[in-house]
Design a protein around this ligand. Structure first.
Ligand code: F6P
Length: 572
């Protein structure tokens, strides 16, 4: 197992840039060096090292390091923390002014400083729950759009809104990418038991294979498209939208094709210019980040699939988590604790990644969704004041549903040379009562994995097991080291009753706020995403080169060589 870098106070101080802002200034970043140093000393000296022993010594450990919010439980007792760790983490959160930052977000202050925007996805849920929070202008707008969306979704679902040739819509294709795809796609799959609307499909990739494969079994006369793009400029989405338009036009004619399209965007004018009738253009606002937009009109595919009532329950679940996050004290606050534990693992323990493993097949797109939410938010190298960060920031996030992941990458989680904290998600109940034994197996596997990560298997245990199975002593001596598990590998387990719309909304909001908490401690802006710009700019410049309309001269030798090789292969 790799040793974490030794903490060095002098180095940290030296690497911290001089403070250029006044205390209290919105750009000032908290100096957490004292807290970090104290936590790292505590990690080395006092924090539990042997988790089996920690559980044996304290039968109340589960109670001490778990929290509930209604049926939702967060258990972090298998992480190497004790009461002193939690106190130090709480102090760190205070030093980072987590509560002040949280209040600023809920108050609608422009906390996305680099883009000069407020961050108010919470208002999308609050307005749906009838909570104006003093933001009556936003609340009124949100309610108006929600009403319009509901009416539209009902019309499609009931068959009142038909295709150009008078046939009922059977299939809805959402064309979008990133936040305009991952959230709706994840939620539609998650809520499959509630799905009673037209079939839902998602096209995101500019690879023509994607739209081609999705459209192949569909009938243009009964297919409806939602063009979802916050900016309505994203090249992948515009390219796919144009292809879809041509596909519909070839079946129903250019004049009537627009009857098969709606748009969701903050750029309502651009959607209209694409030829989508104004009454089918649903807006949202620049204070809704792309990766936080599934609660807005971007959620239209969810609403069409499961109905407006279930969509409102989804919003209500998120709102319940918002209220919990907004009001609960730090150490009784699920997103705050999940964030503090994530930060502890990243900044104090130097773990490079975390795995999120929903033991729920219907949450199989949740890891992909969380990758954008977490890594686009906290994959930053510059602090809020524009100076380089002095601690690690967001971890690599990955995952697959359990039990599938067990048969793929869990080997590395158990015996690899890096410690990767795991977050397990499991529902107490499934939707298939006739298959209850499947669910029992699912639960047993989920709990067994977290137990195995924590307990591990010693050399003595491995050897004894082999001897008991009849292996001769010499061979057992050779094989036993391969069957040792270090144990003491941290995991968090999240349990809820059942994956219904309310529970899904609450779970996603839990993760959103954990990202916020970690960003507050990293001292970064979680709400911009400049890191995706450069590649987009270069792709625009490279397109004419790839098309053979411009020369690769002046490009680096690798890029020019790759273009030449691709041209040569394509010409064969
Ligand atoms: O890739 C960056 C990004 O801006 C994401 O943040 C966003 O979710 C995605 O592109 C799609 O953007 P849009 O909704 O504007 O098409």
């Amino acid at each position: 197992m790799g040793q974490p870098p030794k903490w060095n106070k002098t180095l940290l101080r030296a690497s911290l840039p001089p403070r250029t802002t006044r205390p209290g200034d919105e750009l000032a970043r908290a100096d957490l060096s004292e807290s970090i140093e104290a936590l790292r000393r505590h990690r080395d000296a006092d924090a539990p090292k042997d988790m089996r022993a920690a559980f044996q010594a304290d039968p109340g450990r589960f109670g001490a390091f778990s929290l509930t919010f209604d049926d939702l439980l967060l258990d972090w007792s298998k992480c190497a923390v004790d009461a002193a760790t939690m106190t130090l983490l709480e102090k760190t959160a205070r030093a980072a002014d987590l509560e002040g930052k949280r209040a600023a977000m809920f108050a609608g202050e422009p906390i996305n400083l680099t883009e000069g925007r407020a961050v108010l996805h919470v208002a999308l849920r609050g307005a749906a729950a009838g909570v104006a929070d003093g933001r009556s202008k936003e609340a009124a707008e949100v309610s108006r759009v929600l009403e319009a969306l509901s009416a539209f979704a009902d019309a499609i679902r009931s068959g009142r809104t038909k295709g150009a040739t008078g046939r009922k819509i059977t299939d809805v294709v959402n064309i979008g990418i990133g936040g305009s795809d991952l959230g709706p796609q994840m939620a539609v799959l998650a809520l499959a038991p509630f799905h009673d609307g037209p079939r839902a499909h998602f096209v995101s990739n500019v690879d023509g294979a994607h739209i081609s494969d999705v459209l192949k079994p569909l009938d243009p006369e009964t297919t409806f498209f939602i063009i979802a793009s916050k900016t309505f400029t994203t090249i992948e989405t515009m390219t796919n939208a144009t292809t879809a338009k041509a596909w519909v036009q070839s079946a129903v004619g250019a004049d009537l094709a627009s009857l098969h399209f709606a748009a969701v965007s903050t750029a309502v004018d651009k959607a209209a210019a694409f030829g989508i009738p104004a009454e089918r253009v649903f807006g949202f606002w620049d204070w809704v980040g792309g990766r936080y937009s599934l609660w807005s009109a971007i959620g239209l595919p969810i609403m069409i699939a499961v109905g407006p009532e279930n969509f409102r329950r989804f919003l209500a679940g998120a709102h319940a988590m918002d209220e919990h996050f907004r009001t609960a004290p730090i150490l009784e606050n699920l997103p705050a604790v999940l964030g503090l534990i994530g930060w502890w693992h990243r900044v104090i323990c130097f773990y490079p990644a975390r795995a999120v493993i929903p033991y729920d097949q219907r949450l199989s797109r949740l890891p992909a969704y969380l990758q954008q939410l977490d890594m686009e938010s906290n994959g930053k190298g510059v602090a809020i004041d524009g100076t380089p960060v002095t601690t690690p920031t967001g971890p690599l996030v990955f995952g697959e549903p359990g039990t599938n992941g067990q048969h793929a990458f869990f080997q590395l989680l158990h015996q690899g040379t890096d410690v990767i904290p795991v977050e397990f998600i499991i529902a107490a109940e499934g939707f298939e009562p006739e298959l209850a034994h499947h669910h029992d197996l699912l639960v047993a596997n989920c709990l067994a994995q977290s137990e195995a990560l924590m307990r591990g298997r010693t050399l003595d245990e491995a050897r004894a097991q082999l001897l008991k199975a009849g292996m001769d002593a010499a061979k057992a001596e050779t094989i036993a080291p391969h069957r040792v598990f270090s144990g003491n590998r941290p995991s968090v387990t999240i349990v809820h009753q059942k994956l219904d719309p309310f529970a899904l909304g609450r779970l996603v909001a839990l993760y959103e706020h954990r990202v916020f908490v970690e960003a507050a401690l990293f001292g970064i802006n979680a709400f911009d995403q400049w890191g995706v710009e450069l590649g987009k700019e270069l792709a625009t410049g490279l397109l004419p080169v790839v098309e053979g309309k411009a020369s690769a001269a002046g490009r680096d030798a690798s890029t020019a060589g790759l273009v030449a090789h691709i041209h040569a292969l394509a010409a064969e």
